[in-house]
Write a protein that binds this ligand. Structure first.
Ligand SMILES: Cc1cc2nc3c(=O)[nH]c(=O)nc-3n(C[C@H](O)[C@H](O)[C@H](O)COP(=O)(O)O)c2cc1C
Length: 167
């Protein structure tokens, strides 16, 4: 069934696009000025280019964490592992100090990396493009490392590993 774009309800858009399984990635850096850790969860993180090595994700214009990280030009992406549901819930929230109760360590640029994650990717922001009510961030990969285990997956509003998707 096709629907003219002007009549697409945001809820319907989210419901249908939620059929696309995604990774769950923490984008984190240091707040410019104070150096406090800041970050958020994104499901839009992906590789963009091999040569040069680029990644991309989109961030909502309503994000309060990205504007705090942006001026530093650096962030680290932690690909969450199966079982890190609580990390996802904490960083997808709007708390002031999301990192206080989390297990994390520092990247070479002092960006927070989630301990026990499935992979870590250190990035330097290269470009931001407008994308409706989001901005598309393009970043150069400076260092990356794989962890162990399985990834955390988000699908149709549920979080889990390959076999145990749960609310
Ligand atoms: C699985 C999952 C995927 C998400 N993907 C994105 C995303 O790609 N871009 C985005 O801006 N927000 C995304 N969010 C929502 C943000 O994590 C959420 O709005 C968060 O509160 C933003 O925090 P901030 O205001 O501190 O930046 C996602 C949330 C979840 C749970």
């Amino acid at each position: 069934m096709t629907t003219p774009s002007a009549t697409i309800e945001p809820r319907h858009f989210r419901d249908v696009m939620g059929h696309l399984p995604t990774s769950v990635v923490v984008v984190a850096g240091r707040e410019a000025g104070t150096g406090r850790p800041a970050g958020l969860v994104v499901g839009t993180f992906q590789s963009l280019s091999l040569d040069p090595p680029l990644v991309t994700f989109s961030v909502a214009n309503t994000s309060s964490s990205w504007p705090r990280i942006r001026p530093t030009g650096h962030f680290s992406a932690s690909v969450l592992a199966a079982g890190q549901h609580d990390v996802c819930r904490t960083l997808a929230g709007k708390h002031d100090n999301k990192f206080a109760a989390l297990d994390w360590h520092e990247s070479t640029h002092s960006c927070p990396q989630i301990t026990g994650a499935h992979a870590w990717i250190d990035c330097r922001t290269a470009q931001e493009l407008e994308g409706g009510d989001h901005v598309i961030v393009i970043a150069e990969v400076q260092r990356l490392q794989a962890g162990t285990g399985d990834p955390l997956i988000f699908h149709r509003g549920r979080l889990g590993g390959y076999r145990d998707l749960q609310l």
